[in-house]
Design a protein around this ligand. Structure first.
Ligand SMILES: [Zn+2]
Ligand SMILES: [Zn+2]
Length: 136
């Protein structure tokens, strides 16, 4: 079981399966969420995933053109989950919320074309300038 929570602990999540994909993302939206960095998101199958606690949903259209739902804790503001309406079988979890962040090493960096010149991007990982193909 992989588990995690927001900073204040009001929201807790768990997955009975490991993530199927983990990516660092430098899209412009993620730079807001990452507070100056990109974000790292791990995709879990929603069928194996659950969470408890109240979240607030912010809905918008991403650079990819997909309508996204991004959920955060209304008490502490921690970004938690991201879901695309076109892929309801997947939920992306912000890996800062993992109880063990070592389980969430990214395998790829995406949207590098949107990154600022000073971004720290792992030279050892494959990169994509924009949107990757669907994780599943
Ligand atoms: Zn919280
Ligand atoms: Zn992004």
């Amino acid at each position: 079981m992989i588990t995690g929570k927001c900073l204040c602990g009001a929201v807790r999540w768990k997955s009975s399966e490991p993530p199927i994909a983990t990516r660092a993302c430098w899209c412009r939206d993620c730079q807001y969420i990452g507070a100056g960095s990109g974000t790292v998101g791990a995709a879990f199958r929603t069928a194996a995933f659950s969470f408890t606690g109240k979240t607030t949903d912010y809905s918008s259209v991403a650079d990819s053109g997909n309508r996204m739902h991004r959920r955060f804790c209304p008490a502490c503001g921690t970004p938690l989950f991201s879901e695309a309406e076109v892929r309801p079988h997947l939920i992306f979890v912000r890996v800062g919320t993992f109880d063990d962040p070592e389980l969430a090493k990214p395998a790829m960096t995406i949207w590098t074309a949107s990154a600022p010149s000073w971004a720290c991007i792992d030279e050892d990982l494959p990169r994509l300038e924009g949107q990757p193909p669907p994780a599943a």
